[in-house]
Ligand binder design. Structure first.
Ligand code: TYD
Length: 135
């Protein structure tokens, strides 16, 4: 099974331009409790480098591009997001890294829970231990 789960959003366009609507349990497969966005990322900066115990997210690159690495402790896969009608759905125990942000990148993330530092696994060795204990 691929580690990269992409959701294609319908573009509700007309002659004036394009519009995408995100709705919980319609095109976002969870309760939407939080939305955050990452922008003005400095050059040569990578972000992420963590997993979550209990958070589901959909990441959408609204402008520019960014490359995600998703790692389940066994396999790693990369995907470059560069279109506002594609969401990357991240669920379960997955290590994620974000690399190669374009200067103009605006990345919005829809999340199933409020921010909770206790939900983060920030140590890769700890992550691998959790994966092997869950196997
Ligand atoms: P972090 O999740 O580590 O960023 P990234 O995964 O993109 O590298 O968050 C960076 C900082 O922002 C950290 O101090 C926690 C804070 N933060 C919030 O307060 N609320 C949030 O919703 C998020 C995502 C981060």
């Amino acid at each position: 099974m691929s580690l990269i789960n992409l959701i294609k959003f319908d573009i509700l366009g007309d002659s004036r331009g394009s519009l995408i609507s995100l709705e919980q349990y319609n095109n976002i497969p969870f309760d939407i409790k939080r939305i955050y966005y990452i922008f003005d990322t400095q050059s040569n900066i990578s972000r992420g480098f963590h997993a979550h115990y209990n958070l589901e997210q959909v990441a959408i690159c609204l402008k520019g591009n960014v490359t995600f690495l998703i790692d389940d402790g066994k396999d790693k896969e990369k995907v470059t997001l560069s279109s506002p009608d594609i969401g990357l759905h991240i669920k379960g125990l997955k290590w994620r890294e974000m690399h190669d942000f374009s200067e103009d990148c605006v990345l919005i993330v829809v999340a199933s829970e409020l921010y909770d530092e206790a939900d983060y696994i920030r140590d890769y060795t700890n992550f691998l231990e959790l994966v092997s204990n869950n196997a």
